[in-house]
Design a protein. Structure first.
Lengths: 77, 811
């Protein structure tokens, strides 16, 4: 019902990944790093200048740019 | 090495065997500490042709076996989009010349994030090499409430699992023993349950690749076929396309389309791997739900906080910059002074001539010119190693990425570029932390634009000489303002250069900024020390040789040819001056003990010199003390002169002789330089540098400063017949530069000329050390050559515009 892109989640919010798109190299990198459908992610914070963002996925912290996160669709928890 | 020589070298052992072992895994897993624990000091850096990443090779023993351990760069996946990423697969399959083919592999897995670590684990296991898993960070995992059943993990993966804690030395021997056994019992290939149509696609492609094998020069394996099918691009694809032609490419995409059947193959691969991993983990891993924040979460709350994080970052960066800039000063002075003294000492023992000049001005000065950079390199790497070990480097990149991405760079480029302001060399070496090849190359290319401390002597000399000492708006020193502006010149040109590079030659399709933020750890002094030792050694060995060679070459160009007629002329002049002096002595009263009286005069001068030796600067106290001492000297001399008038006359004559001698020697040095290859080159390029407001002497000094920018100060000193002992603060050089004239009597330097020289030196790549390090770090001459050509061109045009504009404005 409330599917949106990962970059739009506020800090502290979690969600389940629905789809990962983007240019092939980006999509592949995201998938390899564990951002794939069915996996839970949590937005930890945004950098002081507003970009990039930090998320928790598979028990570790990953930093990615908002433009990259925009290719990840999540179902907000 | 032949079998025979191997066995004779280790005679005494009943049986001896050697095995090569590859070490693979994610970054930040403790892979390097494991490698160090295994191999100790017995390691060297492996050179991979054509790529900018490197591996380390070391050896270790177990009973009668010797293991050659190849520590491959840490990576999250074997997917190879660039030659740098392809290295891991090539090394694993023994396709890199000079690097042994691995007989087995140690897969390093971080227990605290096992799921993600297993991703590349499954990729490596598919190759079916004998393998052992080294499970690290089990203590970290346990502190987070994660329990791993290592026996079940071993059973599931079909390979032995050994728990290691390398910093504490735990599990190392067990790992070696397990490895030894595993090598003799090849593991079973990991089979994941990919969809059938995908598997068929891999088989079909593998068959096609085997057909292509002869042309490729190696036998492609099935896991490579899988990689190629999924990646659909990259260096392996390019290779196949090159030997297979259009026909092959067409077939490839047909196979790929059939295997994909409308799905994303990357998605399919990731889901199959992570699907299997997820299933295994349900058996192997027990995670207590702990809601408490970890220590890393708490620290990150401050270090990446909007306000506090930014503050800490600014303080840390300020500290790094300050230390490279000012801490290195005394060390550099010591090295500089040490080599100066060494040169004097060695020079004193050698007879005059080319050999002495080669040893003193070529070799010793050249080696000093290499080692002078060590303090800055070591200080920067001390910080980088501590911050990297701590886990702060990736946070710094996180904080700065937004800013740097505007210029097409990444957050990781910030520290290398900042430290380039102190010295470009550690900056270029620091760019290693950037994983993405194109971003790393762009950063390396931009580093020399940052105004390093070697440019400061050039700025200070010309600013002191030509920029008036006035205040703008009552408080802004114009001289300081010009100096500030010089620092910005480089940055101003670097920005468009970065944008053009990233949009053009170094365009990455996308440079994903996916960066793991690892847990904070206490830096280990041993690991930090090792980094310093490696970086320092690598600079001295690899860049040092090139710098030394260039120094000797430039020395030779400035020394040869040695015009005999120049020496004859000046020898004659000296002989004439000495003859005139002796004649004058003879005419005195032979009864008076002139020798001893003369010695007394000289003693007065020496005493004066000693009194004023430590006095430097322009402070009133210093000047007063100097004047005081001078007054004392004059009084003493007058007193002595009254007693020994004849000796006084002789003393005056002797002073005159000394002055004449040094003038003649300076003229001789100047004429030799003009006559040398370097001097002739200066004349040749004079028409080209004329529009910059330069004459052949400045042009020659610019060429001579190729080994290092600051050399221009000494060269200008020599060429204006001052002797080469001048430094930028000497009153005389500044005055001479102010007063130097062209043959027609007009002033050579003006404000416009000074500005043009400063702008040229702000932008040019006149630093052999930087270019040598660039060659070393990019593993190719292409980049240093491009950098030199581009920066010299830019410097020329900018200096031209500066001069013409300033001249037109009446500078």
């Amino acid at each position: 019902m409330s599917s949106q892109t990962l970059d739009k989640l506020p800090a502290g919010a979690s969600g389940t990944v629905l789809d990962v798109g983007g240019e092939p190299a980006l999509q592949q990198r995201l998938l390899e790093m564990g951002v794939l459908p069915g996996i839970e992610v949590k937005v930890v914070r945004f950098a002081p200048l507003g970009d990039p963002m930090e998320i928790k996925v598979m028990g570790y912290s990953l930093s990615l740019r908002k433009a990259e996160a925009a290719h990840v669709t999540v179902e907000r928890a | 090495m032949t079998e025979a020589s191997t066995s004779t070298r280790h005679e005494g052992h009943a049986r001896h065997d050697r095995h090569a072992i590859a070490l693979m895994g994610n970054p930040n897993t403790g892979k390097s500490s494991l490698f160090n624990a295994l191999t100790g000091a017995r390691q060297k850096i492996a050179n991979f042709p054509g790529v900018t990443v490197e591996a380390k090779i070391g050896t270790t023993r177990f009973e009668n076996s010797e293991f050659t351990i190849i520590d491959l760069p840490g990576t999250y996946s074997l997917a190879a989009r660039s030659p740098d990423e392809r290295v891991a697969t090539d090394a694993l399959l023994g396709r890199i010349e000079g690097t042994p083919k691995p007989d087995g592999v140690v897969i390093v897995l971080d227990a605290s994030s096992l799921d993600r670590n297993l991703y590349i684990g499954t990729q490596v296991l598919e190759f079916g090499l004998p393998a052992v898993v080294a499970l690290t960070m089990l203590d970290v995992a346990e502190s987070r409430g994660i329990k791993i059943d290592t026996e079940k993990l071993s059973k599931t993966l079909g390979v032995p699992v050994v728990v290691v804690n390398a910093p504490k030395g735990k599990g190392i021997d067990e790992l070696k023993g397990t490895l030894h056994r595993a090598l003799h019992h090849p593991g079973k290939k990991l089979e994941l349950s990919y969809p059938d149509d995908f598997k068929r696609g891999v088989d079909t492609l593998h068959a096609e690749l085997l057909d292509l094998g002869v042309k490729l020069g190696f036998t492609p394996t099935r896991p490579e076929a899988l990689r190629l099918l999924v990646d659909g691009a990259g260096p392996f694809f390019d290779e196949c396309e090159e030997v297979g032609g259009e026909e092959w490419t067409r077939k490839f995409f047909e196979i790929r389309e059939r295997a994909a059947a409308g799905r994303s193959l990357s998605m399919l691969e990731a889901q199959t791997r992570y699907g299997a991993i997820g299933q295994w983990m349900r058996e192997v891993k027990q995670a207590e739900a702990r809601e408490g924040r970890t220590r890393t979460d708490v620290v990150d709350g401050i270090l990446t906080h909007k306000l506090w994080g930014s503050l800490v970052f600014i303080v840390v960066m300020g500290l790094i910059f300050q230390s490279i800039y000012s801490w290195s000063g005394p060390l550099m002075d010591t090295i500089d002074g040490g080599f100066g003294a060494l040169g004097d000492w060695v020079g004193g023992m050698m007879g005059e001539g080319a050999l002495k000049s080669l040893v003193v001005d070529g070799v010793i000065a050249g080696v000093g010119g290499v080692l002078i950079f060590l303090p800055q390199i070591l200080i920067l790497f001390l910080f980088i190693a501590i911050l990297e070990d701590l886990g702060y480097m990736s946070r710094a990149a996180f904080l700065m990425d937004r800013l740097m991405s505007r210029f097409g760079l990444s957050g990781k480029a910030f520290i290398p570029l900042l430290s380039s302001f102190a010295c470009n060399i550690p900056g270029i070496m620091g760019a290693r932390v950037i994983e993405d090849r194109n971003t790393r190359l762009t950063t390396i290319f931009l580093a020399p634009f940052m105004s390093c401390s070697a440019r400061l002597p050039v700025y200070t000399l010309f600013i002191a000489a030509f920029v008036p000492q006035i205040k703008l708006l009552g408080f802004l020193e114009l001289q300081g303002l010009v100096l500030f502006a010089m620092y910005w010149v480089g940055v101003l040109f670097a920005i468009p250069t970065a944008l053009v590079l990233k949009k053009g030659i170094l365009k990455s399709k996308v440079t994903p900024f996916l960066l793991e933020l690892p847990s904070y750890k206490m830096p280990r002094p041993k690991a930090v020390g090792r980094v310093l030792w490696e970086r320092g050694g690598s600079f001295v060995r690899r860049a040092g040789t090139i710098i030394l060679a260039v120094s000797v070459l430039v020395w030779a160009a400035g020394y040869f040819p040695r015009g005999a007629e120049i020496d004859d002329k000046h020898d004659a002049a000296i002989a004439a001056a000495e003859g005139a002096y002796s004649e004058a002595v003879v005419s005195f009263d032979p009864e008076a003990d002139i020798e001893s009286a003369l010695a007394q005069f000289k003693a007065i001068d020496d005493a004066h010199e000693e009194r004023t030796a430590g006095l430097e600067g322009e402070e009133p106290e210093v000047e007063a003390a100097t004047a005081e001492s001078d007054k004392q000297r004059e009084a003493e001399i007058a007193e002595l002169a009254a007693k020994h008038p004849a000796a006084f006359t002789d003393y005056e004559n002797w002073l005159k002789l000394e002055e004449q001698r040094s003038e003649i020697e300076n003229r001789r040095a100047g004429e030799h330089l003009e006559n040398s290859i370097l001097g002739r080159m200066g004349h040749v390029i004079e028409p080209a540098v004329e529009p910059l407001g330069w004459d052949w002497r400045i042009g020659m000094a610019a060429i001579a400063s190729f080994p290092a920018r600051e050399v221009i100060v000494a060269t200008l000193g020599t060429i204006f017949n001052l002797g080469s002992e001048e430094d930028e603060e000497s009153q005389t050089l500044r005055e001479v530069v102010q007063n130097a004239t062209r043959p027609d009597g007009s002033k050579l330097f003006s404000l416009a000329t000074g500005l043009s020289i400063m702008v040229f030196f702000a932008l040019c790549a006149q630093c052999a050390a930087t270019l040598a390090v660039m060659r070393r770090e990019t593993n190719s001459w292409k980049w240093p050559l491009a950098s030199f050509a581009y920066m010299t061109g830019l410097a020329y045009v900018a200096a031209l515009v500066t001069f013409q504009v300033a001249h037109a404005l009446g500078g």
